[in-house]
Design a protein around this ligand. Sequence first.
Ligand SMILES: Cc1ncc(COP(=O)(O)O)c(C=O)c1O
Length: 417
Amino acid sequence: MQKRDFLRTMAGASMSLLLGERLWAQYSGLAPDALAREEPFWAAIRSKFRLKPEYINLENGFFCMMPEEVLDALVTRVREINYEASYYMRTRKDDDKLEVRKKLATIAGCAPEEIIITRNTTESLDTVIAGFDWKAGDEAVMAVQDYGAMLDMFALQAKRHGIVNRMVSLPIDPRSDEEVVSLYERALTPRTRLLMVSHMVNITGQILPVRRIVEMAHARGVQVMVDGAHSFAHLDFRIPDLACDYFGASLHKWLGTPLGAGLLYVRSDRIAGLWPIYGDMGVADTDIRKLNHTGTHPVHTDLAIQNAIAFHEGIGIPRKEARLRYLQNYWTGKVRGTPNIVLNTPTDPRRSCAIANVGVATMKPADLSKTLLEKYKVWTVAIDGAEVHGARITPHLYTSTAELDTFVRALKELARA
Ligand SMILES: Cc1ncc(COP(=O)(O)O)c(C=O)c1O
């Protein structure tokens, strides 16, 4: 059997396990973009989650809740590890964690030797930023719209080592990839050593042309670290496609793992150059595990990553991305161009996926989010900084178009008031 046919058969097999053969038989012939519009299919996926009836949750960018079967697997693991206690930790923990690392490496498209399980993106990216061998006067480049914790970590290196941080500000509707690439390029100087770029900007949902930014930076001798907090298990790509040096993500966002799971990828030839935060003299300088000595930790969380991977693979990343983009376009398409409604997300559908940001010209973002919750029972988060003012709207796989219709009605009513 051809590899592609084999993979298709496997995807079909896991989907029928997830939903039952009869239901899957109805939909299995559809391409991801067509399936994205099939509400009965997604209602079956929705039934895998336990949802609070009191509000419509459009704030899944913080973390995406686990489906019930992943939660049940986690609870079982908590019980079993507690039961066996140190016996488990001394006899099986390392082998079991290695299996999870291998599975994660498979969906990330890299070697297991280039990836470690961390607690979150903050730990992953801060490990790189703090691990760099900075000298006074070295420069780093990043964007005002990058995540605050990483910007703070660079600010800390400036305070401690005297590095210089140069900031760009991203246009929401770039005319072309070149416009974004040259924005970063203009910030580079002969002293630049590291460029940080968000794959998907968390406050606007903007997807950046990372591969092209990496190629430009590498041609200038600059290493690139990608903040993939929102892109991993949301967009259909493999980490090596980006050609970056470092990549960090939070698995509790789009992979749907328990809270407190992340990954750090370091390209094999970059491992030796990083200083670990926590010492471990038993691990070679070229071994990525030197960056992972965080002591005794909740290993059941790490092990449940494989249950989340099984659910994620059951749907398949092309279908997941297509549905998430469909949901965002569904509601933004109904409000774009409406007087008083300001969309802070690119118009070009290739430049965004699930996440978008919307403002009402007459309302402060905090008031907009508060009113959405109190009057319309729609849960969102207000963003009011980094040149972005609005509510961030993040649907998830369980979001229905009926819920989005409620949200659109609320938004139009507020814009008219
Ligand atoms: C772009 C981006 N980077 C990093 C983070 C930090 O993620 P965590 O708190 O899981 O470390 C977030 C969290 O929302 C984010 O949106």
